[in-house]
Design a protein around this ligand. Structure first.
Ligand SMILES: [Zn+2]
Length: 99
């Protein structure tokens, strides 16, 4: 097979996998892809842009964990996305106020 064709097929597979990963996260109730609520390992709550497979400002450690700067505590931390349905009314207010 010609190398160009192999590269195109490989790229198509990667793109398809990323699309599926984002759809799966959305189905699970996360605001992904998009501005999802997230919590750092110290418990700070904030919104962050989260797109599966396309993160330039964080180290990805799997689909629901990454290492990035926490904008609340100004420190590096393990961050996990929080499902919209898992937020309390109070937490949602805090997030909307800081957005
Ligand atoms: Zn923090």
């Amino acid at each position: 097979m010609n190398t160009g064709v192999v590269v195109v097929i490989a790229l198509a597979v990667v793109v398809a996998a990323l699309v599926v990963a984002n759809v799966v996260m959305k189905k699970k109730g996360y605001d992904i892809p998009g501005q999802t609520a997230a919590r750092c390992s110290k418990g700070h709550l904030f919104r962050t842009r989260w797109i599966e497979g396309a993160s330039l400002t964080a180290v990805r450690l799997g689909p629901t964990r990454r290492y990035q700067r926490c904008p609340v505590g100004h420190h590096w931390a393990l961050v996990r996305p929080v499902k919209a349905e898992d937020l309390t009314a109070e937490e949602r207010q805090v997030l909307d106020a800081s957005a």
